[in-house]
Design a protein. Structure first.
Length: 95
């Protein structure tokens, strides 16, 4: 999530399944937006701001049926699995 050009799995950002209902997506967004709001994270406002932006962007995409369909088509389950594998490799090489 550090690279602005990196494809982000919006489902993982919100912690929901790809078959989640709009209600579930909204609840996850509200919980995470409160958790990561920069005003609530005074010890690390830069990190909170970045996380808050990711959460907001994920909600923007997944709460809009057309954008969600496009995201699912563009990334798909194979794309999300590739993202997870890529992040795991990156984390293991960082150790």
């Amino acid at each position: 999530m550090d690279d602005d050009n990196e494809v982000v799995d919006h489902y993982r950002v919100l912690g929901v399944h790809d078959y989640a209902s709009q209600s579930t997506i909204r609840k996850a967004y509200l919980k995470l937006s409160r958790q990561w709001h920069p005003d609530k994270n005074l010890k690390n406002p830069e990190r909170a701001q970045k996380r808050f932006q990711h959460v907001s962007r994920a909600y923007e995409i997944l709460s809009n049926e057309e954008l969600r369909k496009q995201f699912d088509y563009d990334v798909g389950i194979d794309g999300r699995e590739a993202l997870i594998t890529k992040k795991r490799r990156r984390a293991s090489t960082a150790d």
